[in-house]
Ligand binder design. Structure first.
Ligand code: SF4
Length: 386
């Protein structure tokens, strides 16, 4: 039985496309931005996910009050952009999948609201909490698992530094509340990481690259006393912050602003090459000679003129394409032959959360001051000019 005509024509079209690779114009392909209105709806839905339940959630309490409060106070004044929300959309998609694909014993849907009395107060506050997965191993015992998206280029940092404190604290407080208020026993606390941009090709090429797209990390449990202390501390920080105007909010720490590590890369220096030309054309074997001496020897043997060819760019490929510590970079440069052959460039640490993901930088005096300082020349600059 023959295949339907439309399938054949599809195959042919695909085949032709692969074979002759016509330009987009020839092929009738029209590119444009994604459908803005549709993406706006997805962003709106995502924002709706954060509607307030109770006073604060455990996730909020462990996050930075400045970052969270500025977002809550100014949400209506800022239109989120798809670029800034892209990472959150990926995170939400992962959590939706986790909630949908429940295994036997999973109870993933419940959001708990627990009344906690802050130290020195009488009125309880409603704290909400919802682990991604609660996996019951018997009616009174469960594992708690939480899912996190990471990028492959931050994997080595995660392995070196271990899971983020707020991620560990989040699991610990879920476990503490489950023990104290639900009377449950906790068998294991697990962080499950999904490497969103994982590539099999990179894994095969590089043994330092994560070898699988997903990893789990079991965290040892903290004591109830420590968890209670942590919870009360975070409640106190938030109660204070809520009373403050924007510009007096406590500054976000480097950790809260996802400040990475300064790193150094080594670039290869491009050098001029030489050509031996006769009548405007390179003589045989006369092009791209590395040294003047070679070119002069060839010109003497075959005739013609030596021409120096400047490189198009000053620096070539990043040597071994890696981020180094300064000591490592210096070692690599020395192996390359020193300053004549390469150069070390410093990549200062960046506050990734502020620079890439925050929609509220205009309302954040901490970030504005940082940007203003970055634009100022160093204090002693200009002194020589006087
Ligand atoms: S600019 Fe940075 S510190 Fe300020 S609110 Fe945004 S993420 Fe937080």
């Amino acid at each position: 039985m023959g295949r339907p005509t439309d399938k054949i024509s599809y195959d042919l079209e695909y085949y032709n496309h692969r074979q002759i690779m016509p330009s987009d114009e020839q092929n009738g392909v029209i590119w444009s931005d994604g459908p803005a209105a549709f993406w706006d709806k997805i962003i709106e839905k995502l924002e709706g996910n954060y509607d307030k339940v109770g006073w604060r959630s455990i996730t909020e309490l462990l996050d930075c009050p400045r970052c969270k409060l500025l977002a809550q106070r100014h949400r209506k004044e800022v239109k989120p952009t798809l670029a800034k929300m892209w990472r959150l959309i990926h995170g939400a998609a992962l959590h939706d999948w986790v909630a949908d694909v429940a295994e036997d014993g999973d109870r993933n849907e419940e959001r708990h609201i627990t009344a906690i009395v802050p130290d020195g107060e009488k009125t309880p506050l409603a704290i909400s909490w919802k682990p991604d997965r609660k996996v019951f191993v018997d009616p009174e015992t469960m594992d708690i698992r939480d899912y996190k998206n990471v990028f492959a280029d931050s994997w080595s940092y995660l392995i070196e530094m271990g899971p983020k404190n707020e991620h560990k604290s989040q699991l610990q407080l879920y476990a503490y509340l489950a023990r104290k208020y639900l009377g449950l026993k906790i068998r294991r606390l697990i962080l499950d990481y999904a490497i969103v941009d994982w590539s099999q090709k990179d894994a095969e090429r590089n043994s330092q690259y994560p070898q699988a797209p997903s990893y789990s990390c079991q965290i040892p449990a903290w004591s109830d006393e420590y968890c209670e202390k942590l919870l009360q501390e975070r409640i106190a920080v938030w109660l204070t912050a809520e009373e403050l105007p924007d510009n007096l909010l406590p500054y976000a720490s480097d950790r809260e602003r996802w400040v990475g590590k300064t790193c150094w890369k080594v670039y290869k220096k491009n050098h001029p090459s030489y050509r031996v030309e006769k009548n405007g054309k390179a003589v045989p074997k006369g092009a791209n000679l590395a040294t003047l001496a070679e070119a002069e020897a060839l010109a003497a043997a075959k005739g013609g003129e030596v021409k120096k060819v400047e490189p198009e760019t000053m620096f070539g490929k990043v040597a071994r394409a890696k981020r180094y510590t300064l000591v490592e970079a210096e070692q690599v440069l020395a192996e390359m032959g020193g300053n004549e052959y390469g150069v070390i460039i410093e990549y200062p640490a960046v506050a990734t959360r502020c620079a890439k993901y925050c929609l509220f930088t205009a309302f954040c005096n901490q970030r504005q001051e940082e940007l203003a300082n970055a634009r100022q020349p160093p204090e002693d600059e200009g002194a020589d000019a006087e």
